[in-house]
Design a protein around this ligand. Sequence first.
Ligand code: ZN
Ligand code: ZN
Length: 649
Amino acid sequence: MSESDPQSQEQLVVVLPDGSELEVDAGSTVEDCAYEIGPGLGRDTVAGKLDGELVAKEAPVYDGVDLEIVTDQSDEYLRVMRHSASHCLAQAVERHYDDVDLAIGPPTDDGFYYDFDNLDIDEEDLDALEDEIEAIIEEDYEIEREDVSIEEAEDRLAGEPYKLELLEEFADENDEVSFYKQGEWEDLCAGPHVDSTGEIGVVELLEIAGAYWRGDEENTMQTRIYGTAFEDESDLEAYLERKQEAEKRDHRKIGNEMNLFSIQDVTGPGLPLYHPPGKTVLKELEDFVEDLNKDAGYDYVETPHVFKTDLWHRSGHYENYADDMFIFDVGDDEFGLKPMNCPGHAAIFQDQSWSYRDLPIRYAENGKVYRKEQRGELSGLSRVWAFTIDDGHLFIRPDQIEREVEEIMDMITDVLETFDLEYEMALATRPEKSVGSDEIWEHAEEQLENVLEKRNLDYELEEGDGAFYGPKIDFAFEDAIGRSWDGPTVQLDFNMPERFDLSYVGEDNDEHEPVMIHRALYGSYERFFMMLIEHYEGRFPLWLAPEQLRVLPISDNNLGYAHQVANEFDEFRVEVDDRDSTLERKIRAAHDDRVPYQIIVGDNEQADGNISVRDRFEDQEYDVEIDAFKAHLEAERDEQRTEPDFLQD
Ligand SMILES: [Zn+2]
Ligand SMILES: [Zn+2]
C-alpha cells in the first residue's frame, strides 16, 4: 500500500467497476472516494472492496486500485453484518462468562464464528447467549471505529494473550491499529462493520466445536461458536431448511450407511479407504470416462506416486509448491509424492522425438496425487491428502487448439449432462504477469472464444483471471439442492513445454514448442463422488448403484426359486435377502439400502415362473416376465438413465 504524504498535493487514480477512472487526492479513503462520486453514495457507504478485498470504509485507496463501494444493497453487506454479529456474540459471552480469552471472530461464507479460550459452555447455553445478542441488537449501540497507537492498543488488550499475539504481528507493519467499540465492549479489529448493532437482522447460534488456535494442532484447542445472521426471519428460515437438507445428504453419513468408504485414525486423516460398494461406484465412473477417452483418441499411461525431486525442480513445483508436498530423503536422494500428474506426462512426451504429423498426442491416467492440506481442514472426501484425478494432458500444435478444446468441451458436457447437472462456463484470460508471447496468447484466447461462441451458450468472461501460464475455461455446476460446485477445467499451458524442453519438428523442418492442455472431466474422483452421493442422496442411477437388484423371497419355501431368479439376472449386481425375516422388513431394508429395484418372489410367482417388481419409489407390479424386465434393465443401465423407470412409463 502507498503511504500518503501530507506535504504533496499528489493525485492518484482509482478504477471503478464500470471501468471509468476517478482522480482523488493521495491519502483519500474508500469513503472519500464515495463522496467524490456523489454525496448520497458517500452517506450510504458501509465498506469497500480494494482489488476484490473487503475493507473498512476508512481504508486508504492506492494508485491504480480497482475500487467497489459496498452499501447495504451490495452482496457483501451480509458479510459485513455477520462480522458485526460475531462481535455481538463475543460481547454476549463476556457478559455471561468471566475470564474468557478472546481469539478471532471472522465472517464465513454462510455465517460467522468466534473462538474463545477458557470458556466452559454446552449447546444448551446457546439460547441464553442468543437472547443476550438479541438484547444487544435491541440496544442499537453505535459501532465506533477508533485508530490507536500500538502502545495504547497494548494497554487496552492487557490480559488478552491471543489478541496481544495478533497485535505483535500488526505492529511489524503499522504504527496504528483499529478498535471497534459497541457499548461497554470493544475489539481489536480491522473491520468493516455496520454502523450500529440495530442494523443486524436476526442471529442464530448453530453449534459449538473445538478449533486449534490458528488452525495449528500444536496450539491450544479453543472453543468455537458458530452462528449465522440474516436480514430477516424468512431468509434465516430458508437457510436453515437448506442446511437441514444438506445434512440429510451429508456424504459422510450416507457413505457410512452404504459402506462406501471409511477414513480411519489408524490409517491417517485425509486418506480415504474405499470399501467394495464404494469402489464399485468408482469403477463405473472410471469405465465411463475411459470409454470417452478412448473414443477421443487418448492413450493411457501410468506414472508412479513418487519421483525424485529433480522432476519437481524442473516443473517448478519445488519452488512454488513445496510446502504442500510430501518430501523425504532416501539415502542421498530426495523424493516427493506427486501433487500433480502433469510433469510425469511431460517426461513421457519428452522421451521421444515427434513430428508435426504425430500431434496431437493425448495421454490419460487415473492418477493419484498427494497434497498436504492443513489437518484441521480435512473433512470426509471434500478435503483429503490423497485423491485421484481423471487426468489428461495433450501436446498439440498451436493451430490445433480450437479443435482439441472443442472435443474436450464435448466430453465434459457429456459427463455433466449424464448426471443431470446444470452448468455454467467461464473464460479466464491473460493476467498481468504471464509467460508466453503476445502472439500465442492472442491466438489461443481467440480459439477458446470461438469454441464458446459456437456453442451458443452464455459464458462469463473473466478478464485477467487466467493462470500465468495460459488461458482456461472453467465449468461450475449446480447439484439437486441448488448448491454450486467448481467443475472441470480446460487449461492451456505455455510454460511447462518450455521447462521440459518439449518440441516437435514442424513442416519447415525446424524445432517447435507444442502447447500443453491440462484437462479433467470429473476433476478429482473424491470430490465428484462426494458430490454425487449428496446430489442423489445415495440413490444412485441403476448403472452406478453398488447393488442394483435385490431378490426378496416371501418365505423359506421360495428360497430356491429366489436364487434361480438371481441367476437369471447375473449380469447385474444382484443379492438375495435370505434372512429369516418378514417380507415387510425385507422391503424396508432394501429401501434403506437405496437399492433401485426389488424382485419379490412368493408361491404365485414361483408357480407361474414370473416375478413381482418393486422400485425405490415404492411402486409395485405383479406378474412380470423375467425377460421383459431384464430387457428393460439393460436399456436403463446402458442409457445411464438417472432414475429407475420400469414402473414409471
Ligand atoms: Zn472483528
Ligand atoms: Zn495437469
